[in-house]
Design a protein around this ligand. Structure first.
Ligand SMILES: [Zn+2]
Length: 92
């Protein structure tokens, strides 16, 4: 076979990058000053500091066991975390 055909076949049959084999994210919550590994079920309902793959995460919190956004007080005062907090629980 000539090189052009070999190059074409290498291109056609090259492995395609995919997200299908992406690993589970590492989910941690700060509890009494220590980062603790949690599962997704608990992590999504933590109102304190949360970390996803080692990076602090800011986003909605859900009522434990439900797909309902939690509107109670949150530890983090940033705009993203405070967005879903009921006005009476919001940080000043
Ligand atoms: Zn935040």
């Amino acid at each position: 076979m000539d090189n052009t055909l070999i190059n074409t076949m290498e291109t056609l049959f090259a492995p395609v990058p995919t997200d299908d084999v992406a690993e589970e994210p590492v989910l941690e919550a700060l509890i009494y000053g220590s980062r603790v590994l949690t599962n997704d079920h608990i992590w999504r309902s933590c109102t304190g500091r949360r970390y996803k793959n080692g990076v602090e995460y800011h986003g909605p919190v859900y009522t434990l066991g439900k797909d309902v956004v939690y509107t109670g007080a949150r530890l983090c005062g940033c705009a993203i975390c405070q967005a879903d907090v009921a006005p009476r629980h919001r940080k000043n």
